[in-house]
Each structure stands twice: as structure tokens, then as C-alpha cells.
Design a protein around this ligand. Structure first.
Ligand code: F3S
Length: 280
């Protein structure tokens, strides 16, 4: 059985950066916390916890020490609270997410109504929205644009993981409403690249493993994309979940991983498949 690993499986630039910053901070200050999980990987969160870095839901109980801001950002009032409390801030917000936050802030300050294309329940979007004034609206698709109040000047930004197609649809609908429109394409291509590579791989194999947190939206999406092409697709978090029966009659197995999956977990999965291969 041959194992084919996707070229860009695992950490994207922003997650890699945030994880490095968190591990560095963990070694310096004994009272270090992250505001929400640093990335969507329970294994990385556990490893940090072993080093004394705990996850906080909010800053209510924190009055000293270091707070690490997760890769997909937090709400502006949370940063303000950390500044007020004079906490040491390690801002690991991905620079691409930060860009979207800054555009919303500037657009709001210059009198634009802002349309954020994305999932209103996602913490990244909630963070981005918080940087604007009272005229910031989240839309999930072009159809939702008709429900927005009248605005003469509209600024559009997108959640970093949105598809270009969806942003285009929303912009087209905004154009139909008339007035001035400024569009900032804040989509990051890391997710799209991983999906394209996963699709290509799924066509070449008889079984596909997608590795990553069950709470990671981009890993779940990778798994959905693969299962459409290769029904023998399995979403796992760690090597321990591998069922040897999955490989019955399999000649080529593909492995890919979400943008928040650490390399050590991917390596363990590949080693486990190779071990099973040898024992057969
Ligand atoms: Fe940043 Fe893109 Fe990753 S926005 S966190 S590099 S998916």
C-alpha cells in the first residue's frame, strides 16, 4: 500500500506563526493564558496546557500575566480590556485577519456601511465586526443583501476562509443597489489551495484520510470535498482512531490535513499506516 501525502497538508502561515508565538510565550511567563483556544487543534491546546498555558473564555478573572490572542482574532473590546488591565499582550492574530479588521475600522470611520461576507457565528467574523461602528452587517450569501438597510456608501470585506465565488455574488448584489462601493478582497487562499490539492489526491487513491480537529471548520470542509470524490474518506483527529479494516483492498491511501493540524500528528498518522502495511 502506497501512502500519498498532500503537499500542503497541515499548518497554514497564520496558524504556524500563532503556535510558535504561543510556545515561545509559554516558556517566559508562568501566568500565561490564551483567549479562547489558540487554534482549532485540541492536541496543540493540550500541549500548551501541559506547559501551563490555560484557555480563558474571557478576561474577567485575569488581572496580571500574559494573554495570547488566537490566530483568528478576538473582539476589539477584549483587546481594550487587556490594555486597561495592563496585561502583557502577545497578539498572534493572523496578519490576514488583522487586515480585514483594519479595513472594517477604516471604512466605518469614513462613513461607509460595511458588509462582511461570512458566517455570523464564527469567532473570526465576530471579531472583525467588532472593529466597525453600528452599520456593520454580516451576510452569508448574495441573497441576503436585499435584506440590508439603505446605504449610500458600502464597503465589502470577507471572512478569510470564504470562497471567491460567494464574495463575487455579494459584490454583484451590492452593485445592483447603486451608490458607491469599495471592495477589499480579504480572502486568504490557504484554505482553497488545501481543498484543490485534496481533490486532486482523492481522485488518485482508494482511501483518503483527512486529519484535523473535529471542531475545525476547514478540516471538516476538506473531508466533505474528499468524500464527494472518494467515498472511503475518513476524518480523524489522531493516528489512534485509524481502523485497519479501512485499508482492505486498498493500494493507495491519501493523507491530507486541515490548516490547524500540527506536523507531528500528520507524521504519526503516516507512520501508523506504514506500520499496518508492514504487519500485513
Ligand atoms: Fe491566516 Fe489564512 Fe491561516 S487567514 S490563519 S493564513 S487560513
Amino acid at each position: 500500500m502506497k501512502v500519498l501525502l498532500a503537499k500542503r497538508a497541515g499548518f497554514c502561515f497564520g496558524v504556524k506563526r500563532a503556535t510558535q508565538m504561543a510556545f515561545e510565550a509559554a516558556g517566559i511567563d508562568k501566568t500565561t493564558y490564551t483567549l479562547g483556544p489558540i487554534i482549532h487543534s485540541p492536541q496543540v491546546v493540550n500541549k500548551l496546557e501541559e506547559m501551563g498555558v490555560k484557555v480563558l473564555k474571557n478576561l474577567d478573572t485575569m488581572d496580571r500575566g500574559t494573554i495570547i490572542i488566537r490566530s483568528h482574532g478576538v473582539a476589539s473590546h477584549e483587546i481594550e480590556e487587556a490594555v486597561q488591565k495592563q496585561l502583557e499582550i502577545v497578539d498572534a492574530t493572523c496578519p490576514f485577519v488583522k487586515k480585514a479588521q483594519e479595513h472594517v475600522k477604516r471604512l466605518s470611520e469614513t462613513g461607509y456601511g460595511v458588509v462582511v461576507v461570512g458566517d455570523a457565528d464564527h469567532p473570526e467574523v465576530q471579531g472583525i465586526v467588532s472593529y466597525g461602528g453600528d452599520k456593520v452587517f454580516v451576510v452569508g450569501s448574495g441573497e441576503e443583501v436585499s435584506k440590508l438597510p439603505k446605504m449610500n456608501k458600502i464597503g465589502v470585506v470577507a471572512q478569510t476562509t470564504q470562497s471567491f465565488e460567494n464574495l463575487k455574488n455579494v459584490v454583484s448584489e451590492c452593485l445592483l443597489r447603486g451608490g458607491e462601493i469599495r471592495v477589499f478582497n480579504t480572502i486568504c487562499d490557504a484554505t482553497a489551495i488545501r481543498q484543490e490539492e485534496a481533490k486532486e489526491l482523492a481522485y488518485q487513491v482508494d482511501c483518503m484520510l483527512v486529519v484535523g480537529g473535529f471542531n475545525s471548520a476547514n478540516t471538516r470542509r476538506l473531508s466533505e470535498v474528499c468524500v464527494e470524490i472518494q467515498p472511503r474518506t475518513h476524518h480523524i483527529e489522531t493516528a489512534a482512531e485509524i481502523d485497519p479494516g479501512w485499508f482492505d483492498g486498498v493500494e493507495r491511501v491519501g493523507v491530507t490535513a486541515g490548516a490547524s493540524t500540527p506536523k507531528w500528528i500528520i507524521d504519526e498518522v503516516v507512520s501508523r499506516i506504514e506500520e499496518l502495511n508492514k504487519s500485513n
